[in-house]
Design a protein around this ligand. Structure first.
Ligand SMILES: Nc1ncnc2c1ncn2[C@@H]1O[C@H](COP(=O)(O)OP(=O)(O)O)[C@@H](O)[C@H]1O
Ligand SMILES: [Mg+2]
Length: 246
């Protein structure tokens, strides 16, 4: 049995231009990057904060890829004790790369997950790493204020917002096109409406809907090559009614 690829991963933007919405924060990220082209800026770290599924992680990686920076990522699943952060991020941020020209971007995803955990030294360790670093660092957090004020004061704060429905809709349409799926606009509108600005969640719902359709033809999406004409809007509407709006 083959396991279907997660569309949210499959369609993760790899270029900043492909990140939907959040134009101002993305510009702020570009401005911060530009400072690195002229030396080591005053704020060596940036915090990307905001709700889940709006492109924070994608934007951080897209920036690194576009600049040809080497990326060192530490996720919440990695063991991020103060000692390990200093060892991995600290040495990475001080060392120059082989060419001596290329930069290393350190990405600490879910940086707010360390607060109040068993590892209280975590945020202090990050602050120390930033102070000593000569390389760019991006922290990603859902809750900016879960990070200490000292840590925040060392960073450029870039706030991401939820994605408006009018931007989610075309993003879903684009995926339908790439997947060769025809989905009624009403169905896509309902998905966009019910995901509360979380594009990852919208893409997951779209995939679930399309997969459901393959099984029982009752969810409003179908493969274009099969030539179905009916759009089963009603059942989809019922299906999404009363769903969470995060
Ligand atoms: N702004 C966006 N533009 C394009 N795709 C997005 C955007 N936000 C989320 N996605 C989709 O959702 C997935 C998860 O996005 P991610 O960048 O990890 O969100 P976050 O870090 O804000 O939780 C991506 O792989 C992509 O498919
Ligand atoms: Mg993320």
């Amino acid at each position: 049995m083959t396991i279907a690829q997660d569309w949210a991963e499959k369609y993760r933007p790899t270029k900043l231009a492909d990140v939907v919405g959040n134009n101002k924060p993305l510009q702020a990220l570009r401005d911060w990057e530009e400072e690195w082209e002229h030396g080591v800026p005053e704020k060596k770290a940036a915090i990307l904060s905001g709700p889940a599924g709006v492109g924070k992680t994608s934007a951080a990686h897209a920036l690194g890829n576009e600049m040809g920076w080497e990326i060192i990522e530490m996720n919440a699943s990695d063991q991020r004790t103060a000692g390990i952060i200093e060892k991995v991020a600290g040495s990475a941020s001080r060392m120059s790369t082989l060419t001596g020209i290329q930069k290393r971007l350190i990405i600490l995803d879910e940086a707010d997950n360390m607060h109040g955990s068993a590892d209280r030294g975590g945020t202090r360790a990050i602050t120390n790493v930033i102070k000593k670093s000569n390389q760019p660092i991006i922290l990603i957090a859902n809750d900016l204020y879960a990070l200490s004020s000292t840590l925040r004061s060392h960073c450029v704060n870039i706030k991401f917002n939820s994605i408006p429905q009018r931007s989610i809709l075309p993003a879903l349409k684009k995926i339908c096109k790439m997947e060769g799926i025809i989905c009624g606009t009403g169905v896509l509108e309902k998905i966009a409406e019910n995901t509360g600005g979380d594009l990852r969640s919208a893409i997951k719902d779209l995939q679930a809907t399309a997969t459901d359709k393959k099984r029982n033809r009752s969810c409003g999406c179908h493969h274009s090559r099969k030539g179905y004409k009916g759009i089963y809007f009603q059942s989809t509407y019922q299906r999404f009614q009363g769903q969470r709006s995060r």
